[in-house]
Structures are given as C-alpha cells and as structure tokens.
Design a protein around this ligand. Structure first.
Ligand code: PBG
Length: 340
C-alpha cells in the first residue's frame, strides 16, 4: 500500500456518499441488511410412493427421493427437528390406479391421505399441505378431466371439491389447489365450511404459469411419459403479468388465505407485484427445474451449490415472498441452523 501511487490531492473525489462504507466489514453488512431468510420461511415438498421402507431417487432431482409413508414420517421428524413449519405432499400414483377421471384422488385410502394421517399422528405440530389437482391420478396427466382434447372446467371443479374434502378428512391443514381451473377456490371453501372444516386453510396456486421448469417434477410423480399435449389452456402464459394480478384478486375474493406464484426465480417480478398490490400472505414455489439447474451446475463444479441455494432463497424474500416451497428446504434449514 505504502508504495502504491497516491492520487494527487486535487484529483481526490471528495465524495459525499461512499456506499462501500456500510459494506466494509461483516458486522457492518449485518447491521444494514434489509432481508433475512429463516427456517420459518420454508415449506418442504415431498414425494410419496407406495411401499414400506422405500426411498427411490428422482434422476433429474439429485438428493430428492420418493418416500414410502413410513419414510415420509421420518422426513417429517427431520422437518420438526429443523423447525421447518410445513410439508407439501405429492404422490407418485401407481400407473394401474390412474384413469381418465383421476378417481384415485377421491379414495380415502390413497397415498396422500395415508401419508397425511401418519404424519399428523406422529407430529401434530407440523403443517401438512396437500395438493389439489388431478394430474397424479389421471391416465392423461392433466389436472382436470377431458372431453376430446378439452380440459373441462366446471366438471373438473366438482371433482376437485371432493378431492379437497377427502384430504381435509384425512387431516390436511392446508388445501393447495394447483389445478388452475376457474372458480375452484370458492367451491372448495364452501364445501370445506359445509363439512365444518372452518379452519382448514386454502393456499391457492393463484399465478401458476405453463412452464418448462416443471419437467423434473413430472418425472418424480410419473406424469411426463403420459401427459397428452400441454397445459396452456389452463396454466398462465409466461408473457403475462397484469393477468397474474387478476388471478390473485380473484382467488383472494373467493376466499384464499394465501396465494402462490409459480415458478419462482424467473417470476420474481410477479411476486413483487402481487405482494405490493395485495399485501396478502404470498408464497413462491422454487420448482423442480430451478432446483435441478442449481444442483446440476453445482455437481459439475460450475458454481457453489450452497451459496447459489441460499442466494436464490434470499432473493424470494427480497422480492416480497413470505415463504418459499423449495426442495432445498432441509438443506437450507441445516445451514441456517449452523448459522451459515
Ligand atoms: C401439477 C403440479 C405441478 C407442479 C406442482 N403441481 C406440475 C404441473 O403443473 O405439471 C410442479 C412443481 C415443480 O415443478 O416442482 N398439479
């Protein structure tokens, strides 16, 4: 430093603002930090599969496994130990149980209902969020029922309402419709209230886009191979932003307690607008493809996976999300616990 050339005095910048002052040390950065990620912000999505003591890897999602019900309970214990508030359950339904109407969704003994009961019995203190949509159960992989090439709206809603009641009876704390049919939130709310499930919450996948980033998830639940066509007649066009606000307004009017934007990182602008406009509990889903991208790059040594994970999760908080559904939940919670 001493030998370094010094600026002549008449060239010194005389700056009023030197933003770097507040970044000069770790303590100073911590002092002015605006947003913080905690384990309270995490929701852990889990894939459940038939069997006993089964954990099968999902090829496109490193470190993610499909879990049999007993193993899902083990995961719930891990979540409790890590102070993760809630789990979101998604089933891999045996292909033999899939049919055009997704009737397994209404079976009180289906995988999700059994997993919900087992988890709530072992750990009543953890939140269980169940997915309402027919795609894990239909032979065509769509979220509703079809007539020819058309996904029928109102007929699908009628089934989704029954699916919601089935899950609520099994003990689900939060019903999360991800189907994107019109009017389903009001119909589900009325049915839940009608059966006395006044405190069962609804987390609406309000602004859910027709996205290529769902690919690995469809591997995980076994719908990729069967999906006929695409979901663009019900999921949103990635080009649209104002429309997301109308979707969210509609779901809140219909009684949604919480709203979600999905996917996550490519749609931070939507999260920001939704939180800004409605000031409602707003969640982001860091979807399977986002997880796969970070994991793949990390495994190639192309980026630091843990740092990219934590930075991406913090970005959701900065954008205004109250919480994040993420496959990184247990890993991130472990790092937070260690104070990293
Ligand atoms: C479908 C559903 C999807 C996801 C959650 N629920 C995929 C789809 O719409 O095809 C995606 C989640 C992810 O990619 O992690 N009801």
């Amino acid at each position: 430093m001493t030998d370094a050339p010094r600026l002549p005095l008449d060239l010194s910048l005389n700056l009023t603002h030197r933003p770097r002052r507040n970044r000069k040390a770790d303590w100073a950065r911590r002092l002015v930090r605006e947003n913080v990620l905690t384990t309270n912000d995490l929701i852990w999505p889990i894939f459940v599969v038939e069997g006993e003591n089964v954990r099968t890897p999902v090829a496109s999602m490193p470190d993610v496994e499909r879990l049999s019900v007993d193993q899902a309970v083990v995961a719930a214990q891990r979540a409790v130990e890590l102070s993760i508030p809630a789990l979101a359950l998604f089933p891999f339904t045996d292909p033999s149980l899939r049919d055009p109407n997704g009737s397994e969704a209404l079976n009180p003994e289906n995988l999700v209902c059994r997993a919900t009961r087992a988890i709530k019995q072992a750990f009543p203190q953890i939140g269980v969020i169940t997915d309402v949509a027919l795609d894990p159960y239909t032979s065509h992989g769509h979220d509703g029922v079809m007539e020819g090439e058309t996904i029928l709206n109102d007929e699908s809603v009628a089934i989704l309402v029954e699916q919601s009641l089935n899950q609520a009876r099994a003990g689900a704390d939060v019903i999360a419709p991800s189907d994107m049919m019109d009017g389903r939130v009001a119909a589900i709310r009325a049915a839940l209230d009608g059966e006395g499930f006044l405190d069962v919450q609804i987390m609406a996948y309000a602004a859910k886009y027709a996205s290529a980033f769902y690919g690995p998830f469809r591997d995980a639940i076994g719908t990729k191979a069967v999906l006929v066509g695409d979901k663009r007649t019900y999921q949103m066009d990635p080009a649209n932003s104002d429309e997301a606000l109308r979707e969210v307004a509609d779901d809140l009017d219909q009684g949604a307690d919480m709203v979600m934007v999905k996917p996550g990182l490519p749609y931070l602008d939507i999260i920001y607008r939704v939180k800004d406009r409605f000031a409602a509990p707003t969640f982001a889903y860091q979807v399977s493809g986002e997880y796969a991208m970070i994991m793949a790059a990390a495994r190639n040594g192309w980026l630091d996976g843990e740092k990219a994970m934590m930075e991406s999760l913090l970005a959701f908080k900065r954008a205004g999300a109250d919480g994040i559904l993420t496959y990184f939940a247990p890993k991130a919670a472990e790092m937070l616990k260690k104070g990293v």
